[in-house]
Design a protein around this ligand. Sequence first.
Ligand SMILES: [Zn+2]
Length: 86
Amino acid sequence: MAYARFGRDSDVYVFLSTRGGIECCRCALIGDASSFVALTTAEILEHLEQHRTRGHRVPDDCIAALDADAEENDAQIAANDAKSRR
Ligand SMILES: [Zn+2]
């Protein structure tokens, strides 16, 4: 599920990655068409704050949705992480 897609009101593309983590796809902060992957909601929120600091548009509803799903997403990422270490 995508929290934000590139568009008129958004310079970021953020989604819950099936590989585990919350991904900032083709992140403008990294450049090079690379993606940033956060392993916690707190980490992606901090990352998106950095985008805003640099003048990139991050939709408010993206932040709100990430906040709302924080518990669920963090639990899922932790579960994926535990699985991959087995
Ligand atoms: Zn980014």
